[in-house]
Each structure stands twice: as C-alpha cells, then as structure tokens.
Unconditional design. Structure first.
Length: 109
C-alpha cells in the first residue's frame, strides 16, 4: 500500500515537483505571481504604455484627417463631373433646338 502517501512526509522538492506537474497549480501560481508583481512592474511600464497609447491616438487622428480630406476631394471631383455633364446636356439641347426640323410631305393619291 505504498500508493497512499502521507503528504507530511514528502520533502519540499517532491512537493514542488508534484505541484509543477499539476496544470491547475501552474495557473494558480501564475495568477498569484501576476497579482504580486503588477504593482511593482506597472510603474516601470507606465511611460512605455503612455507613449504607445499616445502614438495610437496620434495615428488615429491623422488617419481620420486623411479620410476626411479624401472624402472632400472625391466630393469635389463628383461636383465637377456633375457640372460638366450638365453643361454638355445644355449644349446638346441648344444644338438640337437650333437644328431645322424637316417635315415630310404626304400626298394623297
């Protein structure tokens, strides 16, 4: 009956090895280490995080501005195209209006 092991007689190394093999124990250890280390590491990472967020905000604003400028450019091009199309339509109407219409004569016979 050596399968039943009294945990009080297991050495520290054996206990650590047993816990290291257990996936749940690993998750708990990582969680505890994270909670313990975040207050120590966060002040060191704050300038890096702040710079990263600042860069992201700057890029977002530039992108937003570029998209707005592109939209205005497309709107200007569309307005010019509409104006040119109207001018061409008016020219065609003027030309068609000034052409003499031919009347066919019908004879009864």
């Amino acid at each position: 009956m050596q399968e039943i092991v009294d945990r009080g007689t297991i050495g520290l190394r054996a206990r650590v090895a047993e816990l290291a093999a257990d996936p749940n124990a690993k998750a708990v250890a990582v969680g505890v280490a994270t909670v313990a280390l975040v207050p120590l590491v966060l002040p060191l990472l704050k300038p890096v995080l702040k710079a990263t967020i600042k860069t992201g905000v700057t890029l977002f604003e530039r992108t937003k501005s570029s998209i707005a400028e592109t939209g205005e450019l497309i709107a200007d091009i569309a307005a010019e195209a509409r104006a040119e199309a109207q001018i061409e339509a008016q020219k065609r109407a003027t030309i068609q209006g000034s052409l003499p219409t031919s009347k066919a004569t019908v004879t009864d016979g």
